[in-house]
Design a protein around this ligand. Sequence first.
Ligand code: URP
Ligand code: ZN
Ligand code: ZN
Length: 465
Amino acid sequence: MRTLIKNGLVITASDELNADVLIEGETVAAVAATGSSVAEGWSADTVLDAAGLYVIPGGVDAHTHMELPFGGTAASDTFETGSRAAAWGGTTTIVDFAVQSVGKSLREGLDTWHAKAEGQCAIDYAFHMILADVTDESLKEMDGLVDEGVTSFKLFMAYPGVFYSDDGKILRAMQRGAENGGLIMMHAENGIAIDVLVEQALAQGKTDPRYHGEVRKALLESEATYRAIQLARVAEAPLYVVHVSAAEAVAELTRARDLGLNVFGETCPQYLFCSTDDLAKPDFEGAKYVCSTPLRPVEHQEALWRALRGDDLSVISTDHCPFCFVGQKELGRGDFSKIPNGMPGVENRMDLLHQAVVDGHISRRRWIELACATPARMFGLYPKKGTIAPGADADIVLYDPQGSYTMSAATHHMNVDYSAYEGKTVAGHSKTVLSRGRVIIDGGQYLGQTGHGRFTPRSTCQYLT
Ligand code: URP
Ligand code: ZN
Ligand code: ZN
C-alpha cells in the first residue's frame, strides 16, 4: 500500500521544503522535491494533494494523564477518548504516566496502565512511570522498566501524602537513573511549604480558586527547581523538569544549562496562553484553571517565550489532565485545595503553538522542534517519531495554516465539559492526520479505529552529553 502526499510544504525541525512524501505501508519511504524527476516518477494507491498545506510530523505529546485517579476522582478522558481527541488536534503519539501506588510495586502500576490503554488508543502511545514509593525494591525494578522501554520516571517534590518523595528518596532514584539510563522527571514545587500556606489561607477564609495560585508561590517552584538541579548534580544524573510556569524557575534552568548540565525544561500551553486572571474568574469559574504548577501572572509569559526561543525550555507538552467542571472541579467549592489539579489540552496544543508562530513568538521550525522532534528525542522515540524522513513512522499531518476556527467545548473532542480556551480563534488546524500510514482524520471526519494505536517502547534520552 503506497500513499503519496504531493505539493505540500514539508516542515521538520531542521528544514522547510516544497516536497512530495512517499509512504510505503506504515513508514516514510522517500522525500523528494516537488516536480523533480524522482517525485514525478512515483505512483501510489492513494494520492493526497497538500497544495497550500504544511506537511508536518504528527505531534508528540510527552505529558498526558488519561484516567489518572486524583483528588478523589479520576481524569475524565479515557485512553480511547483522549487519544482520539489528540488525533483530532494533530498529535499522533502520547507518552502517558503510569502510576506506582504507595506500598505497591512498579510492575503492578505499569500493568494497570497497560490494561487501561491496550486496545483502546487511536494513536501510538508510550509510558513514563510515576515513582510514588522509592524503596530498595522499586529502585531495583527501575532497571527492568528501562529494558522494557519505560525509560523515564517522574518524582514529586509536591503533594505530601500522595506522590511526594523527600530529598533522600529523590537522590536515590537519581543515582539509580544515572546507572540504568532512566531520565528523572521532576514536579518541582516545595509541597511541604505549600501545605502550610494552604492551611493558613483556608483558616483566613481564603477558599476561592485564585488562592491556589497564591499559595503555590513562584519562589517555591524556583527553590524546588534549584534543589532538584543540585541533587541531580550530586547524583551525576540528567534531569527533566516538567510543567515549568514561573520566570524564577526558568532562571534556575538557564543557570544550570549555562553550566553545561544535562538539565532540561518543559512548559505547557496553559502557561503561555492563560494566567492568574483566569484563576480569578468569578462564580468558581477559576476552578477550570486549577493545575500545578499553577498559572502565573501574565508577566511570566514573556520569560517562558524567551526560554523557548533560546532552548532553556526545550519541550511543550500539555500535562493533559481533564476534570469536568460539573461534579469534579466542583468538589473544591468552598475549599480550593479540594479542586482536582489539572487542565484539558491534548487537542489544542498544535493549534495554539501554530498560533504562536503567527503571533511571532517562535518560528515554524521551532514549532515542530518543540512539539514533535525534541519530545521524541528526549524520550527515545526519534527518528521513528517526531520527523518526516525515510524510515520514520508515517505519522504525518496535513496542516491548513489558513484553517481558522474558534475553540469551544461545544465542538472539541475531549471528554470534558469546558474548554480552557473557549471563544479563542486560532489561525489553523489539522486537515488530514495519518498514523503509521493510515488516514485517521480527514476533512472533519474521524476515520481511525479504536485499538489502532500501539504501545511503543522507548530507548533512553537521546540528548545526553
Ligand atoms: O495539575 C496537574 N499538573 N495535574 C496533573 C498531575 C501533575 O502534577 O502533573
Ligand atoms: Zn506534576
Ligand atoms: Zn502531569
